[in-house]
Design a protein around this ligand. Structure first.
Ligand code: SF4
Length: 197
């Protein structure tokens, strides 16, 4: 079972297979590896203690950043993610990022963003589309209000962490511009990722 793995100068943390989306482009079902890292599909979810132990076994001095990313959606365990992050920071002052679909508050049915304080430095949220209709088509979320929910999560999270919404560069320029305007309206940054990232 792979809990932590290296990509570049970052240490990634894999904690769940669960996801509230079923994106048309998701590689999880077809690709057992990411950049040559094996066994990312977890046969069971590691416990909070196992995750912390796996992280602290590493020499954190080697990494620029710790990234909760997962093969699934780490927000399913957002309370644990934030506790683990605080415990890691108590040992070593590493920057910590959460890569998420932004559904954390929908999953927990309450505002979880205060948990980010002192735990998560950067929240990177996949925006993916410029409106609900296109988001629902592409990401096939289990929540009816997923698009609005992720924007609300972003707006609230910026009180505690740096928030970045991401899209990919294959979106038409006018769609990228619409996403930029969304980000401006809620006061967060936009990152346009290469599609092959
Ligand atoms: S949000 Fe990520 S993990 Fe979930 S289905 Fe989409 S691409 Fe896959």
């Amino acid at each position: 079972m792979t809990i932590t793995y290296e990509l570049g100068k970052s240490l990634y943390v894999n904690i769940t297979n669960r996801c509230s989306n079923a994106c048309t482009f998701c590689i999880r079902k077809d690709e057992p590896t990411i950049n040559g890292v094996d066994e990312l599909w977890l046969e069971r979810e590691p416990t909070e203690a196992e995750i912390l132990d796996d992280i602290l076994k590493r020499d954190l001095n080697q990494y620029d950043e710790l990234v909760f990313c997962g093969y699934g959606e780490p927000s399913y365990r957002l309370d644990e993610v934030c506790r683990i992050a605080r415990n890691v920071k108590a040992v070593y002052p590493i920057k910590i990022r959460l890569n998420t679909n932004g559904h954390g508050n929908l999953i927990f049915k309450k505002d979880m963003t205060p948990e980010l304080a002192g735990a998560i430095d950067t929240v990177s949220i996949s925006l993916n589309a410029k409106n609900k209709i296109e988001y629902d088509d592409l990401c096939r979320p289990v929540f009816d209000d997923a698009f609005q929910g992720l924007l609300d999560f972003a707006r609230r999270a910026k009180a505690y962490s740096k928030v970045i919404l991401t899209i990919v560069d294959i979106l038409p320029e006018e769609d990228q511009e619409a996403c930029r305007k969304i980000c401006e309206s809620i006061g967060v940054d936009l990152r346009v990722r290469s599609y092959i990232d």
